[in-house]
Design a protein around this ligand. Structure first.
Ligand SMILES: CC(=O)N[C@H]1[C@@H](OP(=O)(O)OP(=O)(O)OC[C@H]2O[C@@H](n3ccc(=O)[nH]c3=O)[C@H](O)[C@@H]2O)O[C@H](CO)[C@@H](O)[C@@H]1O
Ligand SMILES: C=C(OP(=O)(O)O)C(=O)O
Length: 481
């Protein structure tokens, strides 16, 4: 194992010029080249020299979860769609591969603006199954493609492995429009019998299913009502984009959405995604676990307000400044400084559990595991939403965390913890947020830790090595071809 030097300046595309795809691929940091999608060859691993206090500031990128929804939504538009500051992450690269395979032209215009031009007719028969099946976002293509073709197939959903993740709410909701989705041999066969506006109650307030229904309703003539919709951040970002395309949407940020479908959409539009609230949780946790003062710039603070309240109750001090609007004009942002706690955090007596927004975000919940490990006392983390996520939390024991599984949905964490490196290198779990809490804990562990094959982390976070090192971390990427 031969470590590289710390990667400090990976973003070398600093001049706003049009860059061809191969040129861009050559310039992108190695972690972003789509290596090891399905194989064990060319794995990107990380070697972390932990125990350093961090300092400085970091600016949030836009979110994976809104980006994938907006990529699907861009197909509703026959004009040119531009997305400034689009995240350059593996999940986005997979969706780009899928869209390119069906004839969509996608081009990075500069460092981060992605331009999307769809052809008049998509070649659905050419769909790149290999890229599609490793994402869950592929499900959202149903809501778009049902306006294009009466019969088509997509692979069943992939994504993070967190236990059973149902597609039933998608099947039932799309049936209300007149669309049958049948699962056969791990493919979803879609038959569009009709496409009528409807009144839908989702039987789970899921994010992807709400987005799928929004996309279906966006080009269905008439008014569709969605009850028990998710109001989470990626749904809000999709709604703002659809509004810009001319789709009428009322109720954004609530569980009741009313959508007035548009006809053919042909707009030349630019839409800026909002900054990622879950990436904010990543850096907040990094500051807490390494007991560092870090300023996180452009935080969509209202999307993590309950998380911040819980942290405040635990004794964490933070300050907010420079409130402004996100580039899309819709969401308030602020610079958030996390102050050093110097070991004074206390465990909360109440359980910490996720909820649909505005509860603690399900993707924020894993970050409370290392945070609870830093606090004095016992915390109960109740992960009711996912059937199989707590097993990943228990990996934290290898870094010195006193963690005990009470049942498949609950863990007890006893702090404070003196983090130490694992005895041997850790395999990156196939679940994005649980993988990142291992990485964060390694930053706090005095000594050298290794985490292998970080494809899962690169699915959702951009240029993390360089950004952590710019805060004073010592993280080295290396490959074992
Ligand atoms: C691309 C994208 O946006 N992915 C996000 C999306 O996935 P997505 O919306 O696809 O999440 P799932 O549909 O898999 O739902 C997550 C889990 O929560 C359960 N569930 C969900 C809603 C509900 O009201 N009741 C309930 O029990 C589901 O059964 C499942 O076990 O939402 C998840 C939950 O926030 C996030 O972790 C994912 O990052
Ligand atoms: C669960 C996640 O992603 P996905 O829905 O893409 O699997 C996640 O982002 O934490």
């Amino acid at each position: 194992m031969k470590p590289d030097t710390p990667i400090l300046h990976l973003n070398i595309l600093d001049s706003p010029r049009k860059t061809s795809k191969p040129e861009l691929a050559a310039l992108l940091p190695a972690d972003f080249k789509g290596r090891n999608r399905d194989s064990n060859r060319g794995k990107v691993n990380l070697r972390i020299e932990g125990g350093h206090q961090l300092s400085g500031d970091v600016t949030l990128r836009t979110s994976k979860n809104a980006a994938v929804a907006l990529l699907c939504a861009s197909l509703l538009n026959y004009g040119v769609t531009r997305f400034p500051r689009f995240p350059q992450i593996e999940e986005v690269f997979r969706m780009i591969e899928v869209l390119e395979s069906i004839g969509v032209v996608l081009e990075w215009m500069d460092n981060s603006t992605l331009e999307v031009r769809r052809p008049e007719k998509l070649q659905l028969e050419n769909l790149d199954n290999e890229a599609a099946k490793v994402t869950r976002s592929i499900l959202m293509l149903i809501g778009v493609l049902m306006h294009e073709s009466k019969n088509f197939e997509i692979p069943n959903a992939g994504g993070c492995q967190l236990g059973q993740r149902t597609v039933e709410p998608h099947v039932d909701a799309l049936a209300e429009f007149g669309v049958d989705v049948i699962e056969m041999c791990n493919q979803l066969r879609v038959t569009v019998n009709k496409c009528t506006p409807c009144e839908i109650t989702l039987h789970e307030a899921g994010n992807t299913v709400t987005n799928n229904v929004l996309l279906a309703a966006a080009r269905t003539f008439g008014e569709t009502f969605i009850q028990a919709a998710s109001a989470d951040y990626m749904v809000q970002d999709l709604c703002f984009f659809l509004q810009k395309l001319g789709v009428g949407i009322e109720g954004i940020g609530t569980p009741l959405l009313r959508v007035k479908g548009a006809g053919r959409i042909q707009e030349h539009i630019t839409y800026s995604l909002t900054e990622d609230p879950i990436e904010a949780m990543f850096f907040i946790t990094t500051a807490v676990v390494t007991d560092s003062e870090i300023t996180i710039r452009r935080v969509p603070f209202r999307w993590i307000s309950l998380e911040l309240l819980k942290l405040k109750k635990m004794g964490l001090r933070y300050t907010m400044a420079n409130t402004c609007k996100a580039s899309n004009g819709c969401i308030s942002l602020a610079d958030l400084t996390i102050h050093r706690h110097k070991g004074c955090l206390q465990a909360l007596s109440d359980k910490i559990h996720p909820n649909i927004w505005p509860g603690i975000n399900p993707d924020s919940l894993p970050y409370f595991v290392p945070i609870a490990a830093v606090a004095a006392g016992r915390t109960i983390i109740h992960d009711w939403m996912y059937d199989g996520r707590t097993v990943h939390y228990c990996e934290m024991a290898k870094l010195g965390v006193a963690i005990e599984m009470a049942d498949p949905h609950r863990v007890y964490v006893e702090g404070p913890t003196k983090f130490h490196p694992p005895e041997e290198k850790l395999a990156c779990p196939p679940a994005l947020r649980p993988a990142t809490i291992l990485l964060i804990s390694m930053l706090a562990a005095n000594g050298v830790s290794v985490i292998s094959n970080i494809y899962t982390i690169n699915r959702g976070y951009e240029n993390l090595v360089a950004r952590l090192n710019s805060l004073g971390a010592h993280v080295y990427a290396f490959y074992d071809d």
